[in-house]
Structure formats: structure tokens, C-alpha cells
Design a protein around this ligand. Structure first.
Ligand code: ADP
Ligand code: ZN
Ligand code: ZN
Length: 738
């Protein structure tokens, strides 16, 4: 006898904006095939994995045409109903096909139909004998010594994949250590990180501001509410998170902590595991498929008390959710920029609402959207205005570099200040958001510049002056020895990137320890950690880096921060550019003087009188944000209006605009009340990676109006003939306007 409806609505990972009907077939009596269960189904000519969304009595398809599912893959729903509801909401909100949304939220092994089972993974730990060794004595076996040191730093043991991240080709050396019985191999559940016994940190006594914030957050436990923890860098936000998590764990609930991509540092994890004895699951992009699945399952089954991860971890199921904390909520990495373009911050808020738990957004430089919500009273606004401990606020000044002689981007005033700080035993951090040697290569004889063949962009000179690379499409070629136009040999690098800055500094400060931290120097396994170590042990005195340096790091000995060039951010086509620049300046400045020493921040600019820059420096980020929000209100830009961007690209340069013009006509035919259509126009960088790009902007004062149009409109575009010849996508609440 059938128990319950026999038609299954199944989500399948395809770009089609719909789900697919199957019937239960021979499994008609199966009560277990419920929403959230994976099923094997035939789809087109092959067989694939789907997720049951609903069981219904009737199908929209003709009964005879319905296929039966091949087999259920789970006995119990894999995806809890609250998470399924969140995914369905996200699919509607971001106007993205439900199948792709669900499948992008699942670990890859589950997408492939693997059983949802945990497996133990290989770990290595020191034996007592090993712990009593002196690694420095292994002078002839540096790799063994390095492994020994690594394990000594992690007395609780390390998983093979973590060791992989730190050291290449480590197995032969580990085998040697095992032969000496200094280390042993164990099978353990993945990713539980119980801190080593005895080294637990005591929480510091919170200051009054921290106590007030924590007390307010604790009264919010057990029901939905959004709080903004708006605290200057170093004000002790993380301590407030830790205090709140302690309360959540005491209630027997789980905490989900989301951090920006570069925020997931070993230091941060260490801080968590030294505070809590409970198991922690960590989800980041470096995990193997198996590890990710295990972490996911431990979160879902409630075995991980704390789940820490980057953007996509917002979709991790939790057995007993208690709180969601999003650190650095303004960070751009919370927004996915391709495929399913969601904002983890906004999804987190929705999720908290569905699960009826509080969500905490923390930042020293909150986004204008979040500040706006706080002002309207939708979010409670908690402030930490003082730096924790004894650290003082840095002193910030502008260096007007107009008409100043410059050396690879450095003014004399900045160089002199560096000298003073270095002489006083301080560390100096120089920030330049441009990697490579120079942003472009110019022929002094005829004016030729090195351009990318596939993009409307200059090539960046890097690797000394040897190679050219395009940051937009990744293509590379050797730097031209002579000008391809006039055969002239006077090719000059124009402007400076981090490489050139480092070179200039080596000339100016010979013999001074220096590290450069950017994507080029940190690509290799363990490289970032090694660079950071040399900063912390004091051997590096000057740090040069891109915005990788701006986040989360704690450099107590840095007393001078120099921002080499902030002018790019002051004048940009993107309306969010000034907001980002202000956030960056504030965050980078926050790296100075975090410990006992007072810090100084110097900002080089050709526009010392820029009003928003002036306001930021005189009165701080809050005053800046106030003025910037006023500008947005007057221009009717977000958060005072809502945007969606339809992008199209194709190799054939005609097609994108033609498709978008037609899309506009279709939209107009739907009489979209309250929605303004702007464009289509060519994208600000029209050609990228060999494709021509264009965009159509939708703007509405009320979100409902925008969504009322999107649904029927995208259904039409999906079946549009021209639409098949271009690559198109829709971006709701776009963060980048290109
Ligand atoms: P944020 O997250 O706001 O940048 P952190 O929580 O990392 O700030 O705190 C900055 C530093 O101050 C850390 O070294 C932290 O241990 C210390 N700290 C935080 N709160 C206190 C406190 N109440 N008493 C003493 N030190 C504190
Ligand atoms: Zn030339
Ligand atoms: Zn390119």
C-alpha cells in the first residue's frame, strides 16, 4: 500500500530553473523517501544524483511519461528540513536554479552519491620518546627536524592532510621518525581538534564595553535577532565572540563561525582550540573531499560543537544551532562572484531567522548596508570604542606627494619615517594593493604599452622584469626585449607593485630583514606561515604586502604603517570604491601599535583634500560612513534602492548587446512596476579572456518589485534562442559592477 504521495519532485544539478518529477515505482510503499533524501535517477541519457524536494499526489507531467527513481541513496533525509527551506529561499532570492543551489551547498562526495558516512583519517603524533628529542640535533636530516618541530607545536597530533599543507613530500622522513619510534600513526575522526591538555587559555576579564555587549548578546540567545558588533580593530571583538560561544556551548547548542577567506589563519584556530575543550570542525577550501564530508557530517550530527568556515560554510547543517557569528562582515569574500552568486552574510541572517537563533555580525568597518539596517533599528548596534588591554589608537597623517621626488613609489618623508621607526626597533608595514613588479610596461620611444591579447587591460610586469601577466585572465608571456612597434629598446616599467617596492627597499635599507606577502609569495605550501613566523620572531623588520596583510593578523611590534598609494580607490567608476578604500585604510591602520607601543600611520596621496578621505582621517570611519550613506541616499543607490545585474558575454562581439536589448524588451513587455531598466551598456572592461561583455542593470526602490519581475522574466530568457548563444547570468545585490 502506498504510504503518502507517490510523486517525487527532485532537484538535479542543471542550469534549468525547475525541478523534475519522478514516481516511486517499486518503492511505492517506501515511507522513507522524504524531502532531503538523495535519489539515483535517470536523467537525459545518463543517470545522476538528485535530492527530493517534495512528495506530491499529482505531477504536472503526463502520468505515462514519468520515470521511476532508480534507488534512494539515503535512509534518512541527508539535508535537514530547515536547511532545505534555506536553500529554497536562496534559490528564489538569488534567482538561481534550485538544483545548482542545493548541489553547490553539498560536499562533493555527497554530490557524487557517496554514502553519508564518516570515516577515520590518518593522524600522526609524537611518542613520549619523540617529545623528549631535540630537533636541532638532527642537523643532517632537516626534513625530519622540521616534521619533529611541527609535531611538537601540535602535541595533539596532525592529520596527514594538514601535514601535506605544511611540508611537501614528507612521508619518507616521517617513516624514518616512525622507525625510531619517535612518532606513531593513528586513525582518528577527521578534523576534531581537541586542544592539547593543560594548555587551555583563561578568558581575560572583559572590559566594561565588552561586558555590556556580551550581556546584551546573551539575552538574545534562544531566538532570532541580528546584532552588529561595531568595534575598532583590536577592541576585543573576538573575545566577545568567544564569550558568547561559551554561553552557547553551555546551553548544549552549536556555534557556526564564518570568517573571510584570508581570515582563517592558524592563529585564529589556535585561539579557539586553546579556549574550548569541545571538538571543532573547520571547513575551508584546502580540505580533501573526504575531510570536508566528515566535517559536514560532524556538524550535522551535532558532534562538532563549533563549526568554523569560510563563505560556503553558511550552508553547513547543524543538529542544535545556537548562534551564527560572522566576523569582518564587510569583507568582499563573503559574496560569491560566479555561478550561484550569494552573499553569505545575507544568507546567514535569513538562516538565523529560519532557525530562530541570533546572528552576530562583527566588524571594525561595517558595510554601509549593515550600518543602515542598524540605524533603522532592524539590527541592534553594539559598540566597542576602546582598544582592549593597554593598546592605544594610532596617529594617522596624510603625506601629500604632489611634486615630491619619488623612489619606486616612496616619498622621502615616508622613507625618513621608516628609518626613525626601524632605529627605534619597531617593525614597519608597507601596504600596496598591487602585486607584481610594475602595473605596465611602456616604450619610451613610441608610447606602446604592453596589453593583454585577450582583455582590454594592461599586462603587469612581474618576476623581476622578466614576464608579463594579465591579472584578469591569467595569461602570461615573456616580457618583450624590444618594442614590438618601433623596435626601440627603451622599455620602461611604469608605476610600482609590491615586487618593485621590495627591490627599492633592499637598496634603501640594505641588510634589513624584509618579507613580502602577496599572492605570488604565498602560493607555495606553508609559505604564508613561514613568512608570518619571520615577522613574529622579529627577523623581518619591514613587511611589504597587499590586502592579504590587512586582515585579521596581529603584528604587535609594528609601529609604523605606510599606505603607499590610496589614490586608485578615490576615483573609480564603482560606487562602492570609496567605501572599500575607507575600510581598507581603517583596517590597515589598525595593524599599527596593537600592543604596548603607540603606532603611526602615514598615507601617501596626490589628493590630500579629497573630502571623504579628510573626513575619514579627521573623524573616523563612523563619520565617513554617515556621509557616504548620505551620498548614497541622494543618488538613490543601495542600500536605498535594490539592484540586479544581468550580464552577458560571448566571443562574437555583437551578441551580448543584442541579447540584452532583447531581454530589455521582454522585461518591458512584462510591465515591471517599480523597476527601472538601465542599459544595456558594454561592461567597464569590455573584453575579458577573449569574450566581449555587456550588462543590463535593474534598479528598484522596493525589493518585491524587483523579484516580481525576475521570476517570469528569467523563465523567458531561459528559452530564448539568442540566450543560448551567449553566456548570461543574473546577479542579485551585485557587489562588483563589472
Ligand atoms: P578584535 O577581534 O576586535 O581585533 P581581539 O579580540 O583580537 O580584537 O583583541 C585584541 C587583543 O587584545 C588580543 O590580543 C586579545 O587577547 C586582547 N584582549 C581582548 N580583550 C581583552 C581584555 N578584556 N583584557 C585584556 N586583553 C584583551
Ligand atoms: Zn616603441
Ligand atoms: Zn587578459
Amino acid at each position: 500500500m502506498p504510504t503518502g504521495p507517490s510523486i517525487l519532485q527532485v532537484a538535479i544539478a542543471t542550469p534549468l530553473r525547475r525541478c523534475f518529477d519522478y514516481h516511486l515505482g517499486a518503492l511505492l510503499s517506501s515511507a522513507a523517501v522524504m524531502p532531503g533524501v538523495r535519489v539515483k535517477v535517470s536523467f537525459g541519457r545518463s543517470s545522476t544524483v538528485g535530492v527530493v524536494l517534495e512528495r506530491v499526489d499529482e505531477s504536472r507531467c503526463q502520468a505515462g511519461k514519468l520515470k521511476a527513481i532508480s534507488a534512494p541513496l539515503d535512509e534518512l533525509p541527508l539535508i535537514p528540513s530547515s536547511l532545505l527551506a534555506l536553500l529554497q529561499w536562496a534559490s528564489d532570492y538569488y534567482a538561481h536554479p534550485i538544483g545548482e543551489v542545493i548541489f553547490s551547498a553539498l560536499p562533493s562526495l555527497l554530490r557524487q552519491g557517496e554514502p553519508a558516512e564518516r570515516r577515520e583519517v590518518e593522524h600522526w603524533c609524537l611518542t613520549c620518546l619523540g617529545a623528549s628529542q631535540e630537533p636541532d640535533q638532527l642537523t643532517r636530516a632537516p626534513r625530519q627536524a622540521a616534521l619533529l618541530r611541527l609535531l611538537m607545536d601540535h602535541p595533539e597530533g596532525l592529520s596527514a592532510s594538514t601535514i601535506n599543507e605544511r611540508q611537501d613530500n614528507w612521508r619518507p622522513s616521517m617513516r624514518k621518525l616512525a622507525e625510531k619510534e619517535w612518532v606513531v600513526r593513528e586513525q582518528r575522526p577527521a578534523l576534531l581538534l581537541p586542544a592539547p591538555g593543560g594548555t587551555r587559555d583563561e578568558a581575560p576579564t572583559l572590559n566594561v564595553e565588552q561586558q555590556t555587549a556580551l550581556a546584551s548578546l546573551c539575552t538574545g540567545l534562544g531566538h532570532f535577532g541580528v546584532s552588529l558588533l561595531d568595534g575598532v580593530t583590536g577592541s576585543g571583538k573576538t573575545e566577545v565572540y568567544l564569550g558568547l560561544i561559551g554561553e552557547v556551548l553551555a546551553r548544549g547548542e552549536q556555534a557556526l563561525v564564518l570568517v573571510p577567506e584570508i581570515g582563517l589563519t592558524p592563529q585564529l584556530l589556535d585561539r579557539f582550540r586553546r579556549r574550548f575543550p569541545e571538538p571543532i570542525a573547520v571547513l575551508h577550501s584546502g580540505l580533501s573531499g573526504r575531510e570536508r564530508l566528515d566535517a559536514w557530517l560532524m556538524a550535522r550530527d551535532g558532534d562538532a560543537a563549533i563549526v568554523i568556515g569560510t563563505r560556503s560554510a553558511v550552508f553547513t547543517p547543524l543538529a542544535r544551532p545556537g548562534v551564527i557569528i560572522l566576523d569582518e562582515e564587510h569583507d568582499a569574500s563573503f559574496k560569491q562572484q560566479d555561478g550561484f552568486r550569494y552573499s553569505a552574510r545575507d544568507v546567514a541572517v535569513k538562516r538565523a531567522q529560519l532557525e530562530n537563533i541570533p546572528v552576530l555580525l562583527g566588524s571594525a568597518t561595517p558595510s554601509l548596508e549593515t550600518l543602515h539596517n542598524a540605524r533603522l533599528g532592524r539590527y541592534s548596534h553594539l559598540r566597542l570604542c576602546e582598544r582592549a588591554g593597554n593598546a592605544r589608537h594610532p596617529e594617522v597623517a596624510v603625506l601629500d606627494v604632489r611634486k615630491q621626488p619619488m623612489n619606486s613609489g616612496l616619498s622621502l618623508a615616508l622613507v625618513n619615517a621608516m628609518r626613525r621607526h626601524l632605529d627605534a626597533d619597531g617593525q614597519v608595514l608597507l601596504f600596496l594593493n598591487r602585486r607584481g613588479y610594475a602595473p605596465t610596461l611602456l616604450c619610451h620611444d613610441c608610447g606602446w604599452v604592453a596589453k593583454c591579447r585577450r582583455c582590454d587591460a594592461h599586462m603587469t610586469l612581474f618576476a623581476g622584469r622578466k614576464r608579463l601577466r594579465c591579472h584578469h585572465c591569467g595569461s602570461e608571456r615573456p616580457a618583450d626585449p624590444a618594442c614590438p612597434e618601433c623596435r626601440g629598446s627603451e622599455l620602461c616599467p611604469v608605476g610600482a607593485g609590491t615586487e618593485r617596492l621590495e627591490e627599492a627597499l633592499q637598496g634603501l635599507f640594505p641588510g634589513t630583514g624584509m618579507v613580502r606577502i602577496d599572492r605570488d609569495t604565498t602560493r607555495r605550501k606553508g609559505a604564508m606561515q613561514a613568512l608570518l613566523d619571520s615577522v613574529h620572531d622579529g627577523s623581518a623588520r619591514i613587511l611589504v604586502g597587499t590586502q592579504m596583510l590587512a586582515k585579521g593578523h596581529h603584528f604587535p611590534e609594528v609601529t609604523l604603517v605606510g599606505m603607499v598609494d590610496v589614490d586608485q580607490g578615490l576615483f573609480s567608476a564603482d560606487f562602492r570604491a570609496t567605501e572599500r578604500m575607507a575600510q581598507l585604510i581603517t583596517q590597515v591602520a589598525g595593524r599599527a601599535g596593537r600592543a604596548q607601543r603607540p603606532g603611526q600611520v602615514l598615507i601617501q596621496t596626490h589628493h590630500p583634500d579629497h573630502p571623504l578621505l579628510q573626513l575619514l582621517l579627521r573623524e573616523g570611519y563612523a563619520a565617513f560612513a554617515h556621509a557616504a550613506l548620505e551620498e548614497r541616499r541622494q543618488a538613490n543607490l543601495p542600500p536605498f534602492s535594490h539592484l540586479a545585474l544581468l550580464r552577458a558575454e560571448a566571443v562574437d562581439g555583437e551578441l551580448p548587446l543584442r541579447f540584452l536589448r532583447q531581454a530589455r524588451e521582454l522585461a518591458e513587455a512584462l510591465h515591471p512596476y517599480g523597476v527601472q531598466l538601465l542599459g544595456p551598456i558594454p561592461a567597464p572592461m569590455e573584453r575579458r579572456a577573449g569574450r566581449v561583455r555587456a550588462q543590463l542593470l535593474l534598479q528598484a526602490n522596493r525589493r518585491v518589485d524587483l523579484h516580481r519581475l525576475l521570476d517570469p522574466w528569467l523563465q523567458q530568457l531561459e528559452t530564448d534562442k539568442l540566450g543560448r548563444k551567449v553566456r548570461w547570468s543574473v546577479d542579485v545585490d551585485p557587489q562588483e559592477m563589472f
